[in-house]
Ligand binder design. Sequence first.
Ligand SMILES: Cc1cc2nc3c(=O)[nH]c(=O)nc-3n(C[C@H](O)[C@H](O)[C@H](O)COP(=O)(O)OP(=O)(O)OC[C@H]3O[C@@H](n4cnc5c(N)ncnc54)[C@H](O)[C@@H]3O)c2cc1C
Length: 378
Amino acid sequence: MIARTLFTPEHAQFRDAVRKFFARELVPNLARWDAQGMVDKAFWRRCGEQGLLCPDMPEEYGGAGLDFRANAIVLEETSYTGSPTPAFGVHSDIVAHYLLKYAAEEIRRTWIPRMADGTAIGCICMTEPAGGSDLKALRTTARRDGDHWRIDGSKTFITNGATADLAIIAARTGAEPGAKGISLFFCETDRPGYHVGRKLDKVGQPSSDVTEVFFEDLLVPAHYLLGIENAGFAHMMQELPQERLSIAVSAHAAAQRAWDITVEYVKQRQAFGGTLLDFQNTRFVLADLRAKLQVGWAHLDACIMALVGKQLTTDEAAGAKLWHTELRCEVTDACVQLFGGYGYMNEYEIARLWKDARIQRIYGGSSEIMKELISRAI
Ligand SMILES: Cc1cc2nc3c(=O)[nH]c(=O)nc-3n(C[C@H](O)[C@H](O)[C@H](O)COP(=O)(O)OP(=O)(O)OC[C@H]3O[C@@H](n4cnc5c(N)ncnc54)[C@H](O)[C@@H]3O)c2cc1C
């Protein structure tokens, strides 16, 4: 791979430490976490101790005061284990940023340090059963009730739903339909009226807990409103570039992992008196994918630096999410083919990488919605 110039020697040391830590404490637990449908909460705390959570939060809030390059390293190394869990992207790249930018100082001081040390896990509740792409149509309501807000409604597909200690909730506060009447709220998940529903049975990503969430007469203090009342949609649009880039980063690292383990496999698998790599088809498939991965890393690095410089636009982030998640599916599908029947066996890592890939073209905004966003900038 062409040297990546955005990372410093300190970043390289950090990456090395993260990779060794995951080899020691993540990989040996994966099968057990898959079976229980969630990552141990104790592992989040270990990640906090190692400085893997919220590294780009300011030091005064318990972070390391770094920039998104550190978050990208954690995402890449997580994906490169062959598993996308725990959901660091949701926790560090999304929820912590909403708190930092929009929460009251008391909430920031209490909760961001806990997110950074892994004693509190975050989730974000936007999607509803009636629709995810059309966020403007959400139906959950928040009504002012004295010095509280009363929230009622239901959400689905919430990552970290079962393990989260705090949530960001999008709800309708204005009478007007559409984007203008939406606000965001902070909420502890142990408040009366906050109910976690079913843990959902997914095709892939088995150790990521994704659940339904219900709000029934959920009362939160007035100062739990995040940012400006009725400006929640605009706040979400501001945060989405980082969320989308973090999905693109994890997709690309997983695609690289798929390619790397496939190269190892085709070098040793025998057929017709030689190895699979002896076939021109195998070499051409791998060469084509390698060229795309190489170009992809350069593009990703440019996007990471644009985000660090606060220059990454909504349409550029949408382009990154679209392209890297589609590439991941192309790479893993081609790699399964090269594994033959073994590629379809759950005990093979390539099968897992293939199953886990599919959702990335849907969550965080589907590929079609990414095309909508890009086309608006034309
Ligand atoms: C495993 C998993 C984890 C998730 N984690 C979270 C989370 O933590 N928090 C959260 O809030 N949500 C989460 N989601 C929800 C996810 O973001 C939504 O599933 C996604 O936005 C799509 O919404 P939908 O499922 O309602 O599909 P729909 O909106 O019903 O879309 C169905 C199809 O129609 C297409 N479509 C919709 N609108 C248009 C359009 N205008 N033009 C063209 N095509 C269109 C879509 O692209 C899609 O192909 C998660 C989902 C999954 C499966």
